[in-house]
Design a protein around this ligand. Structure first.
Ligand code: 9UX
Length: 71
């Protein structure tokens, strides 16, 4: 299992963060995604054999938000 922190941009209300969180949690291979609206951050735990960090970022983008891997 891998864990990463992502910076998410464009979330302006609580429904945004819920949308991102639910979208990520529906992905195959995602163990747990939690999104913090105030911090504009997502913490994701996932199985890298089933889903890539790139797929995860593409999911956020497809939902209409910006994403980068936190350094
Ligand atoms: Mo709130 Mo976010 O009305 O895409 S859901 S701004």
């Amino acid at each position: 299992m891998a864990q990463k922190e992502l910076n998410i941009t464009g979330m302006t209300c609580a429904a945004c963060s819920t949308r991102v969180e639910k979208g990520l949690n529906r992905m195959n291979g995602m163990e747990k995604a939690s999104v913090n609206l105030a911090l504009e951050r997502a913490t994701v735990s996932y199985d890298p054999d089933k889903v890539s960090l790139n797929d995860i970022q593409d999911k956020v983008t497809s939902l209409g938000y910006g994403v980068s891997v936190k350094k």
